[in-house]
Design a binder for this molecule. Structure first.
Ligand code: SF4
Length: 489
């Protein structure tokens, strides 16, 4: 679940955060090592906890779940020896609303269910928008939930299904689920992948030797030396054994609505999404931004690291030199796990430092990927002015984020989003910068390859956090009082 969350990390509360990454592999020796490497490559999608499940004929299913980073938990030989087998899946996650911002161990995936025809483990990226009503119904009918996660509904729905095989039961369960899901699951011998009918969250297929891999992003295939075969299609379920891949389409066909924010920020720049290099798309966004919002200046500087490709694009298009005006401390990571108040007050300075010699006396264009609460943008502006910049112009590589995401991304409540309560000029004044411009929604669509911009009657992507038009009604949130967009907005 994705809203009303305190920050998982005290210095990073001003970004939207992808909540999960999933990975699975079949037909390889020591599957757990591949899964750990894949999850390590997906760590940007979730840093609070991770888990791996494998199966070996001698041991049956093996499971390990841990709080913290993959590299801190799934590297020692003593740990990996507990996860034997040639098939395995894994999951990395942020905390969820259900666990009140602190990931509880019982919420760490993959989840496991024992059925009459054998066990199955499931790892889910996304968010089930009718989870509350499903959960209520399942509890009334006798299900006993172990976690506060929306994803556990899938296991209980599978338990109630009369399907003869686990893939059959999964199909039936997923037909009752609304929202966004990219799922990697496994039985003793089968690796299963499935995307929701709109394909909101990503899932890709790779080939490694005689085996196969499924991953949230292609960067996780690269790290294990797997070849990228293709994306799992929206609404497609693949069942993979050591013999090969079979495809099923359990849902009514729908027009694809991939998350456009994956291109802007969530995915790693070295991944391929929707057949496009994420890096190149971000550079295109910068070029579009330079066309839409030019300004006279001396330097184009990214807010590192996510603003970098867009800043390069802006510089190339405008002819204004690109420069590293802000330097990120590469070793910040989770150095201060429990920061004292005085360290916490240093805030963004712990992560970023201004390159004073470069900035002094210059008119600076700062390119960032998004403005969420605006707290970080204000601090960065102060740092740049303290360093003697003559002017500060913000250029943002996404439209104003004015609506929460209900499809697996951690967003503040709507009233905490700067763009939900202020006009662009009010935001400029609030941030205290000389100018502030966001890329338009049409400009963003052009940058992702839609030459005509956004088709308002049939948008090609989910863009609800910008447009307020939700492709799947967030029924649980509406039940809890969320006010969807009105015709006047
Ligand atoms: S609401 Fe925004 S972040 Fe969420 S899936 Fe849609 S585009 Fe992505």
């Amino acid at each position: 679940m994705s809203t009303q969350m305190p920050p998982a990390h005290p210095f990073d509360d001003d970004k939207l955060r992808e909540e999960c990454g999933v990975f699975g592999v079949v037909g390889v020796t020591d599957a757990s090592n591949f899964v750990a490497l894949g999850l390590h490559a997906l760590q940007h999608r979730g840093q609070e906890a991770g888990g791996i499940v494998t199966h070996a004929p001698e041991t049956g299913f093996n499971q390990q779940r841990r709080m913290g980073l993959v590299r801190d938990n799934f590297t020692s030989s003593s740990m990996m020896e507990t996860l034997p087998g040639t098939i395995g899946i894994g999951h990395v996650r942020y905390s969820t609303a259900g666990s009140k911002g602190q990931t509880a161990m019982r919420d760490v995936q993959p989840f496991f269910g024992e059925f009459s025809m054998g066990g199955a483990a499931i790892a889910h990226n996304g968010n089930i928008t009718n989870a509350l009503s499903l959960r209520r119904e399942l509890i009334e009918r006798g299900s006993i939930f172990q976690s506060s996660s929306d994803s556990e509904c899938i296991i209980h729905l599978m338990a109630r299904s009369m399907g003869r095989t686990i893939p059959d039961r999964m199909e039936e369960a997923l037909r009752k689920v609304e929202g966004a899901f990219s799922i990697v699951a496994m039985t003793r011998t089968k690796l299963i992948g499935c995307r929701d009918p709109l394909g909101v969250r990503p899932l890709v297929l790779g080939k490694i030797g005689d085996g196969w891999a499924l991953a949230s992003e292609t960067c996780a295939l690269d790290i294990i030396g797997a070849e990228f075969v293709r994306e799992i299609k929206p609404g497609e379920m693949v069942v993979i054994t050591e013999k090969g891949v079979s495809s099923h389409y359990p849902f009514r066909p729908a027009r694809s609505r991939f998350c456009i924010f994956e291109h802007v920020y969530f995915s790693r720049p070295d991944s391929i999404q929707g057949g496009r290099s994420v890096y190149e798309t971000r550079e295109n966004i910068g070029r579009e931004l330079a066309k839409e919002a030019p300004v006279e200046a001396d330097l184009v500087c990214p807010v590192p690291d996510s603003g970098t490709p867009a800043a390069i694009g802006y510089s190339l298009q405008s002819g204004i030199p690109y420069a590293m005006g802000i330097i990120r401390n590469q070793y910040m990571g989770r150095t201060f796990i429990e920061p004292t108040e005085s360290i916490r007050n240093m805030g963004v300075r712990l992560k970023l430092n201004v390159n004073r010699a470069l900035i002094k006396g210059k008119r600076v264009i700062l390119v960032d990927d998004s403005v969420v609460r605006g707290t970080t943008s204000r601090k960065i502006k102060e740092m740049i002015l303290d360093a003697g910049a003559a002017e500060v112009h913000f250029r943002i590589a996404s439209p104003p984020t004015a609506w929460p995401c209900f499809y697996g991304v951690d967003t503040p409540q709507r009233e905490k989003l700067l763009a939900a309560t202020m006009s662009e000029e009010e935001m400029r004044a609030h941030l205290g910068v000389d100018s502030l411009k966001f890329i338009s929604l049409d400009g963003l669509y052009r940058a992702v390859g839609e030459a005509e911009g956004r088709d308002p009657k049939a948008p090609a992507y989910c863009d609800a956090c910008f447009s307020g038009e939700y492709p799947v009604a967030p029924s649980d949130m509406i039940e809890q009082g969320f006010e969807a967009k009105t015709a006047a907005e």
